[in-house]
Write a protein that binds this ligand. Structure first.
Ligand SMILES: Nc1nc2c(ncn2[C@@H]2O[C@H](COP(=O)(O)OP(=O)(O)OP(=O)(O)O)[C@@H](O)[C@H]2O)c(=O)[nH]1
Ligand SMILES: [Mg+2]
Length: 237
């Protein structure tokens, strides 16, 4: 074959493909499996089926000419599965920390989940997600105000985007993963933020940015490792 023949051969249409692992962690029944199944299969089941160990689902999306494959790793929230935390943490580019907006103790637990995850992977981008917003909006306004405040403090200290979501009512589900993608690849996202107390919060612009992550062996919110960048922030307490 001559050189010119070679030049005119058809170039196969090869798409770029990137696989991104994202872990989902948080207390039992906060809605990790529901969120993952909704995002991947667009199904919501009201009935609770406890996750025994780790669930695993994939979803392919297209970003410009690249196929992005989200590999979602959902860890059962019962303490007995904590030995499987490396499956959801190691190799994940982002970790979604979920809490139930109607159970404040699940937000408190995020501290411990965060500490454990960052012992295994301190480069993953954290995203803080409050679930069951559909139930939360019917709760006492004072309670809502308090949760808003505390969740925002956690988001700040963790340097994590904050999203209030409802899997049951499809509120902010796709956006969680858009935010994850934008943070992982340092892309600009044009979704408006939602910051008003009482609304389904969507706060992401000034948190979870890569340049901050780079410096952050200091991500762990335990008091001893709270570094200079965090010393001015409200501690997770
Ligand atoms: N109202 C309402 N219920 C929800 C929502 N998300 C999840 N649930 C319900 O909450 C319960 C627990 O959801 P799961 O997704 O199984 O919770 P999980 O975090 O995976 O629990 P473990 O597997 O034990 O860790 C189920 O009955 C869900 O139907 C939501 O957005 N709104
Ligand atoms: Mg589950």
């Amino acid at each position: 074959m001559s050189y010119s023949d070679h030049k005119h051969k058809q170039i196969p249409d090869v798409k770029n493909q990137v696989e991104i692992q994202v872990g989902l962690v948080g207390d039992a029944q906060v809605g990790k499996t529901s969120l993952m199944v909704k995002y991947v299969q667009n199904i919501f089941d009201e009935e609770y089926t406890q996750t025994l160990g780790v669930n695993f689902l994939k979803r392919k999306i297209n970003l410009r000419s690249t196929d992005i494959i989200f590999s979602l790793m959902d860890l059962g929230g019962q303490r007995e599965f904590i030995n499987m935390l490396p499956l959801a943490s190691v190799g994940s580019s982002a970790i979604i920390f979920l809490f139930d907006l109607t159970r404040p103790e699940t937000l408190d637990s995020v501290k411990e989940w965060y500490r454990q995850v960052y012992g295994l992977n301190d480069l993953a981008i954290p995203i803080l997600v409050g679930t069951k917003y559909d139930l939360f909006i019917d709760m006492d306004p004072e309670y809502q105000k308090q949760i808003n405040k505390t969740a925002r403090e956690y988001s700040h200290v963790m340097n994590a985007p904050l999203v209030f979501s409802s899997t049951a009512k499809s509120i902010n589900i796709q956006k969680i993963f858009k935010i994850a993608l934008s943070k992982i690849f340092n892309l600009t996202l044009t979704i408006p933020e939602i910051t008003h107390t009482g609304d389904p919060l969507l706060i992401y612009r000034d948190v979870g940015n890569q340049n901050k992550n780079m410096h952050s062996k200091s991500r762990t919110p335990s008091s001893s490792s709270t570094s200079q960048t965090k010393s001015k922030r409200t501690p997770v307490a």
